[in-house]
Design a protein around this ligand. Sequence first.
Ligand SMILES: Cc1cc2nc3c(=O)[nH]c(=O)nc-3n(C[C@H](O)[C@H](O)[C@H](O)COP(=O)(O)OP(=O)(O)OC[C@H]3O[C@@H](n4cnc5c(N)ncnc54)[C@H](O)[C@@H]3O)c2cc1C
Ligand SMILES: NC(=O)c1ccc[n+]([C@@H]2O[C@H](COP(=O)([O-])OP(=O)(O)OC[C@H]3O[C@@H](n4cnc5c(N)ncnc54)[C@H](O)[C@@H]3O)[C@@H](O)[C@H]2O)c1
Length: 464
Amino acid sequence: MPKTGFDLVVIGSGPAGESAALNAAKQQKKVAVIEVNTQVGGACTHKGTIPSKALRHTVKQLMRFNNGTLFREIGHSRQIPYPTVLKHAISVVEQQVDMRSKFYGRNNIAVYKGRAKFINDHNLSVTRADGSVEELHSQEFVIATGSRPYHPPDVPFEHSRVYDSDTILSLEHTPRKLIIYGAGVIGCEYASIFSGLGIKVELINSFENLLAFLDDEISVALDYHLRESGVMVRHREVYERVEANQEGISLHLQSGKIIRGDALLWCNGRSGNTQNLGLENIGLSSDGRGQIKVNQRYQTDVPNIYAVGDVIGSPSLASAAYDQGRAAASSNDKDVRFVDDVPTGIYTIPEISSVGRTERELTDNKIPFEVGRAFFKDTARGQISGEGTGMLKILFCPSTLRILGIHCFGAEATEIIHIGQAIMKQPDTANTIRYFVETTFNYPTMAEAYRIAALNGLNRLSGY
Ligand SMILES: Cc1cc2nc3c(=O)[nH]c(=O)nc-3n(C[C@H](O)[C@H](O)[C@H](O)COP(=O)(O)OP(=O)(O)OC[C@H]3O[C@@H](n4cnc5c(N)ncnc54)[C@H](O)[C@@H]3O)c2cc1C
Ligand SMILES: NC(=O)c1ccc[n+]([C@@H]2O[C@H](COP(=O)([O-])OP(=O)(O)OC[C@H]3O[C@@H](n4cnc5c(N)ncnc54)[C@H](O)[C@@H]3O)[C@@H](O)[C@H]2O)c1
């Protein structure tokens, strides 16, 4: 078997693998990327972040049309079939693939289409779709194989009415009622998308609250707005069994309830892609969720083999994966940043974003804080755009005025958060809520909410 030699071989072309490969290539290393899919981009581009965000964008446009009084001048509100919305939305995937393919070409990175499997700690095999096998030799490897939806063995995923977050992108009809099991980030985002299309949604949450890692006030707001948009949210409900037949889906819950619908979207967790990777040939293993353990430099227990992205578990975000990949491929230790401080960006309708500590965390740790709030309905931009739902909340230290956490709910929350994040990241006294009252912001903008929230918080300190 011919053997080709590289400085670095990356397995997987999602955000984690792509950024590792590009960073190594920029250091003049000889790099190869192996991707089992026929196209580069990873689950991020084909099944996860990109298609779901594109779908949401299209649904938001439809909602604006259906709910906007201006549009009633030109016609009635419309229902658009899910497959039509989907087809329109996922055209962006092609653009992404095209752009990402060129990154590899321009940086002389060899792309091998096939399944990678370790032979030993310096060699792996690539098995192509036609069965042919090639062996690659490398000094170093980065495992960036991502994750896939977790399938409990007792759920009949082979049935045409049962979907996960991958297969929902091939749903060919519009269900009248969709049951979503699992109210994690994926479940909540898809609940917004489908209810935005006018489809009845049951969202089954096995926990007490939605997205418990959020600030309580934001979690409650999400719950309220999902219900307001027609989603039936059920908390503390765990499935007992799923019955799927020609008539529909019956989801039997341990509480004795039976939830009926046309289709089931199972959104409960993901597993790392470590199966058939030959980890046993290099003395590595994965945990019960298929995830690989790494140190703060993204090294596995085999020093020349790194792992990044979803395959190492939390935070399992594309945002983090880009930074992790780049860090793993850095030759200089001072360029390596272990990514443990990521903002939250949740694309429900309305969206959510936060950075830093929550009220609950601060209270539990007996850290005194004060709160400054701004409601989007009180900003000129919110009134003009008709997107008055939402709030920005700044938590800060009453004595030093350091910002401790920022929580935002509403239109463009995932963008707005970065203004506050930039100030929070400043050293020492440069991290201060006073920045927002001592700096002139464009007007009218949603960013104005920072000034309003800061003034609200500072006034509270003086008792008003
Ligand atoms: C529905 C959904 C929505 C999401 N939304 C967001 C969001 O809004 N924001 C956000 O930050 N994150 C989001 N995420 C998470 C994000 O998509 C992942 O964190 C990200 O894709 C992880 O990147 P990765 O490079 O680790 O892996 P992936 O993107 O999963 O890519 C891994 C690649 O490795 C390939 N591969 C696997 N095994 C092999 C092998 N043996 N040989 C060769 N190739 C192999 C796979 O084919 C795949 O292409 C979302 C996820 C889902 C499912
Ligand atoms: N906007 C965003 O940032 C965004 C959007 C969608 C998804 N994501 C990412 O995708 C990931 C998956 O989200 P999710 O909503 O499916 O669920 P989740 O990861 O929130 O988990 C839901 C439940 O499944 C359990 N679970 C997870 N993996 C399991 C496994 N392998 N075996 C058994 N149980 C398991 C969890 O403990 C939890 O109870 C999250 O880590 C999230 O960060 C992010």
